[in-house]
Design a protein. Structure first.
Length: 456
């Protein structure tokens, strides 16, 4: 019997526009409303508003739509002053009053936990908000040369196009002042078309600039970067491709080297501790909120002299070093060896009782020496993918207090499930608005082992 190929028919849906009343905001800050027994999510719509919308997608009982025309506006809607807002995707919630957006994100977390964990989170024990402008001290900007014209900026919201910028409302004053000067000098480079992106860090020392190149920096361009160093009081590095000359591995790798301003020091201050870093080091971009987050972690730990703490996904030691300063013996663990080596040097430079280890916490690490020690408390601040293996390890060790900091509520739900199923309870939680004008929310959860009730 011959089987003939039949093309699967794509499911269609009614694309006709309709009026939608927004009743709430979801975790991502999108407007939520019902139409014909379906829930629609609409970017740019605020609770209490009504708009004519066009369906973009429909699946089962949910769909997405875009605004065609606002019919009724909310008092929470703010005028967007940024001239790049229409094309730049950096501030998707810039149209919402900052507190309203933060409250919506918090409510979204609580709904998520109720739905997926069957846990009724109370209102957060604390919230830490931020000013909505001038808070970002680090950034990565794309660089493109089209028809001989060089442009620097962010990716556009719904495409791979570049939105060229001359300033950014969320950048610190120092970064904004540097942008036009940076553009002027990069445009002079013979390799300007070979720059992929540029990273900037407004450190508490010098300004850090790092160029990602798809070629080696031509020698004649080094003098231009030296002039830029003098102009901006900056340390400039390049990330270049290279291939090992020895051994059998001929794959292309990336190396970073300082080309000018090697005498300039890059560092951030956290809890009065000077932490040396590089432009490409991971640092929390909102210095003010980070300081308050560190203080909240120290408060939750209730550190006593001699206490043993492990800090997983530690980076440069954002928590490790302040914990050690408070009197605990702290071990910081991270996958990036360069970060842990720099963390160790920072501990030594500040005479702090902290040590660091490099380990992939999502691969077998349990046989490593740091993992065999016992700890009184654990701090975990993983990336967006969460802490699957690390969380399971801490839960098995029955560490009495665990502090989980999460930038991804969905990953937090999964990680917390491990602890809740291992006899822990959420004793308190709080939220940080680390990135105002975005859907990002940072949450801190304090977990403690449930005490067994004594038998009567």
């Amino acid at each position: 019997m011959v089987t003939f190929y039949k093309e699967n028919k794509k499911k269609t849906f009614d694309r006709r526009a309709f009026d939608l009343e927004c009743t709430s905001l979801d975790l991502k800050g999108r407007g939520v409303g019902r139409h014909n027994d379906k829930v629609f999510f609409v970017d740019g719509l605020i609770a209490g508003e009504c708009a004519r919308v066009q369906p973009l997608s429909v699946k089962d009982n949910t769909g997405t739509a875009k605004i065609i025309k606002l019919l009724k506006t909310s008092a929470a809607r703010r005028n967007v002053s940024c001239v790049y807002a229409e094309n730049c995707g950096g501030c998707p919630l810039g149209h919402i009053e900052t507190k309203t957006a933060f409250d919506a994100k918090i409510q979204g977390v609580r709904r998520l936990f109720a739905r997926q964990l069957k846990v009724e989170l109370p209102k957060p024990q604390f919230t830490e908000s931020s000013k909505s402008t001038g808070y970002r001290r680090a950034c990565r900007l794309s660089v493109r040369v089209d028809h001989g014209v060089m442009r620097i900026g962010f990716r556009s919201e719904h495409s791979n196009q570049l939105c060229a910028i001359g300033q950014c409302e969320v950048f610190t004053d120092r970064l904004n002042a540097a942008l036009p000067v940076l553009s002027e000098y990069l445009d002079k480079l013979s390799c300007r078309s070979r720059i992929g992106h540029v990273e900037l860090l407004d450190s508490d020392g010098a300004l850090g600039i790092s160029l990602r190149l798809v070629c080696n920096l031509p020698e004649k361009d080094e003098s231009i970067l030296e002039q830029l160093t003098s102009e901006l009081d900056a340390r400039i590095s390049v990330q270049e491709p290279y291939v090992e000359k020895l051994g059998t591995d001929r794959s292309e790798k990336l190396r970073e080297r300082i080309v000018s301003g090697s005498d300039k020091e890059l560092f951030i201050e956290v809890d009065g501790i000077k932490i040396s870093c590089d432009t490409t080091s991971f640092v929390q971009v909102n210095a003010d909120v980070n300081a308050r987050m560190v203080a909240r972690v120290l408060e939750a730990l209730e550190i006593k002299a001699g206490m043993k703490v492990i800090d997983l996904f530690c980076g440069l030691g954002n928590f490790t070093l302040p914990i050690a300063k408070a009197g605990a013996h702290c071990v910081g663990v991270d996958i990036v060896r360069a970060m842990t080596e720099k963390g160790m040097r920072n501990a030594q430079n500040n005479a702090l009782p902290a040590r660091f280890a490099a380990a992939d916490l999502e691969a077998p690490f349990e046989a490593m020496s740091f993992a065999k020690d016992g700890y009184d408390a654990a701090v975990m601040d993983p990336g967006r993918s969460g802490a699957v293996r690390a969380g399971a390890y801490i839960a098995r060790q029955k560490v009495s207090k665990v502090i989980l900091i999460s930038c991804n509520p969905l990953a937090a739900v999964r990680d917390l499930k491990t602890f809740l199923n291992s006899g822990y309870k959420i004793s308190s939680w709080g939220a940080f608005d680390m990135f105002p004008r975005t859907a990002h929310i940072e949450c801190l959860f304090v977990l403690e082992i449930c005490k067994k009730k004594a038998k009567a």
